[in-house]
Design a protein around this ligand. Structure first.
Ligand code: NDP
Length: 249
């Protein structure tokens, strides 16, 4: 029987994170589901119930991905418990959209800390051990807006573009050790965050997408599973765009 692999997924309870978690479980992974420090065990159980996720396939880890020391300690505990972590998916993210003229330092820093500095916090404690084991996969969830830019998102686009530069650079460092580092860059995706948008804004966005629809979270999750699979063993430093043709690099 194939050995269960261990994945650590941040933002696991969010729209895309839930789809990633479910898809990885379907691929025989055990998932350490990172929920934010604002959640508790009751929220986690509710999520398991509502999403019909088998509790034997997942463990909750409540963590603020912006807290460097907390991340290091938590990852040390997890690697002691499970011996190794095969896959890290950096998916947690926030937006604080506003034009740059109006942007406060707090809005800038919140987005950079959560979307970009979290990559340092989560990856640094894991990368050396992945290299030592000579196997490991890291998938970072960026955004089409990190590739093309977007009005009102200087903070978000800077962080999401930064993830791509980070991943390409780390891919060089991991290559000899069979540790791949890749990016998935979704376009607008049907999650609760997007569902909360005004109908006319949503229709306008769909109208700009050549495929005239949003991505489904499951489509993003499939791309993550592919990059984590043996079939993608020779892919590293790559950005896989799922945006319905909105931006072609
Ligand atoms: P959600 O808001 O549904 O999920 C984001 C998750 O990140 C939440 O579960 C949230 O936890 C978690 N999170 C936020 N801050 C922290 C923190 N400090 N510590 C730990 N966890 C934190 O968004 P999506 O599922 O839509 O987005 C997932 C990723 O995909 C994000 O990186 C986003 O930028 C990216 N993306 C999304 C697109 C879309 O259209 N939806 C398009 C392109 C990219 P909690 O709920 O507990 O606050």
């Amino acid at each position: 029987m194939e050995k269960t692999k261990i994945a650590l997924v941040t933002g696991a309870l969010g729209g895309i994170g839930t789809a990633i978690t479910k898809s990885l479980i379907a691929e025989n992974y055990f998932v350490i589901a990172v929920a934010s420090h604002n959640r508790n065990a009751q929220d986690f159980d509710q999520w398991l119930n509502s999403e019909q996720i088998n509790p034997n396939c997942v463990e909750a880890l409540f963590l603020d991905v912006t807290d460097t020391n907390a991340c290091a300690t938590a990852i040390e505990e997890m690697t002691e418990r499970y011996q190794h972590i095969d896959l890290l998916v950096n998916n947690a993210g926030i937006t604080r959209d506003t034009s740059f003229k109006r942007m406060t330092l707090e809005q800038w820093q919140a987005v950079i800390n959560t979307n970009l500095n979290s990559l340092f916090n989560m990856t640094q404690p894991l990368f050396a051990q992945m290299c030592q084991r000579k196997q490991g996969r890291i998938v970072n969830i960026s955004s089409v807006n990190g590739q093309k830019g977007q009005f009102g998102q200087t903070n978000y686009a800077a962080a999401k573009a930064g993830m791509i530069g980070f991943s390409k650079s780390l891919a060089y460092e991991g290559a000899r050790s069979n540790v791949t580092v890749n990016v998935v860059a979704p376009g607008y995706t049907e999650t609760p965050m997007v569902a909360a948008m005004k109908e006319e804004v949503l229709e306008n966005i769909k109208g700009q997408v050549p495929m005239q629809r949003l991505a489904m979270p499951e489509e993003i999750a499939k791309a993550v599973c592919y990059l984590a699979s043996d079939d993608a063993a020779y892919i590293t430093g790559e950005t896989l765009a799922l945006n319905g043709g909105l931006y072609m690099n």
